[in-house]
Design a protein. Structure first.
Length: 72
């Protein structure tokens, strides 16, 4: 009886993880485009872009470890 809940919770958190990865991918791509199009990007903008990239790849590695497919 307790083991049934484990599968349900895993699916719920997997969905949250997928949503967060997609959100971070969009944020990272927006930051990357902003840096590329800027004539003289400030250090803060470059740092934000690198931070967004690091967050995205960290969660992406977690998705790979859990063997979750991002495609639907």
């Amino acid at each position: 009886m307790l083991f049934r809940r484990k599968g349900w919770l895993r699916k719920e958190f997997d969905e949250k993880l997928i949503n967060k990865v997609n959100e971070l991918r969009d944020t990272w791509s927006n930051q990357k485009i902003l840096v590329e199009k800027s004539f003289d990007p400030t250090a803060e903008v470059v740092t934000q872009a690198k931070l967004a990239e690091a967050k995205y790849f960290t969660l992406f590695k977690e998705v790979k470890n859990r063997s979750i497919s991002l495609r639907k």
